[in-house]
Design a protein around this ligand. Sequence first.
Ligand SMILES: [Zn+2]
Length: 530
Amino acid sequence: MRLFKSHSCSHPKWVLCADLIASSAGKGPWMSRMLRVWVMDFSESEKNLPTAKYGKSNTSMLEDEDLAQELHLHLQGVGKYVAAKHVAQFVNSPEVRSRLRLKKGITERTARRWMNRMRFRWRKEPKGMYSDGHERSDVVDYRQNIFLPQWEELAKHTRHYDNDGSLDERLFVIGPDGKATVIWRHDESTFYANDRRKVRWVHEDEEATPKAKGEGCSAMYAQFVSPDYGWLHGKDRDAGTPRKTAAVVFKAGKNHDGYFQNEDIIKQVTVAMDILDEDFPNENHVFAYDNAKTHTARAPDALTAKKMPVKENSKFGYFQEKDLDGNYTGEKKRMRNGKFPDGTPQSLYSNDGKFKGMRKIIQERREKGADLPDPGKLKAQCTGFKCAPGATRCCCRRILFNEPDFVNQESRLEEHCKKRGYQVIFFPKYHCELNFIEQCWGYAKRIYREFPESTKEADLEANMVRAIESVPLELMKKFARRADRFMDAYRKGLSGRQAAWAAKKYRGHRVVPDTILKEFDEAHATDIGR
Ligand SMILES: [Zn+2]
């Protein structure tokens, strides 16, 4: 594709060009078609690279996940350029109006105001158009080249379910170790005691935290779900012994006054692994998380070239270790070892405890056979660390940045789980349609709203848990199929807009047909240039 892209600008007959490159890669017209779709998406989104920072990725647009999801899908189906009128159209449909309890519809002006508040996901472009993070080139790259291949590999040994909820035997292959794989999708959701029938649009700057007391109490629920077992609980014990659960209820102002942090994520997954070790030892388990900073944070001693001094330094990299509750353990730690080209460890510190500095670290690697330029002739970093595009050997920091041990530094969560034989995978950003737990929250909240309203915290928690536990397993299997369908659509080269269209058209199916792009083109042949 890179080859295609570099040629496409200068080549007027780019269809022919795509055919040529596809056939040179041993692929037919199908590949050519995909190349064209990808490059159109890429070049569009690259032009539109965001300049402003996105909001918190765990901020919910609406309290009502269901509605938020439907609106997102509606807008995703409209295409890359969405205007306020599309939001108004959606909200003013009789069904949505009755759900929102709106007596009259909203104006375009109101819709515009709402959309401005949705900036964490829908970015304002010139001329009042909005576009979706789905097609941001880095997000597409991660989705197509990292996430989907990873998922496909895992899905070879997971169970798939028919429309009626029964196991699809044809698609189920036990892994080489004799075990099936179970993928546990993780997420958090907030439930409110008051005003829970009111839909509220959340500003991008607002944290997704439980509200403080006085503003009406709320609780956050964090849990894992799989289509095989539903929510992650231990198996039932003898009467009197409470069932173990990986669920965490999080309340404002109680044990924490902040929100769910990396430490809480680590604690929760530890409980999850304990339960799985004990009650589900005959399967391989994978945890799938949102691509949020809370989840992808690295360990405090992780390898990073970000702030490394170029020369010897007696203080760099040292820190006081804290336990998961944030208390100092009294132990002094420093940045972990790197790796020489032959795989042996490289300490970043001399025997006297001083940090070696980037130049010496690079020099030692050269002496062990690494093909790196002489660091004595290089700057610490290019001005502002804004190296020329594609440059890898321009300055000391860039060199270390691109060294395999630095590149492959995993998140703390991945390292923590790997030690016990569990894999972690991260969903691409902005793709909540791929994590079916979102639909479980939506269903649970509809049930929750049927319970009598109460301002008591105890009621809130009890109702929340009851509502969440009421999501039927058959429905979860259906939700999982829908997420599978989206993944299949992306795998077949569809963009966010096309995937939303295809998932709707092939409702109930796990995969979309191979001819899906052709079908999309035919269905949209009349509205080109819309
Ligand atoms: Zn540089």
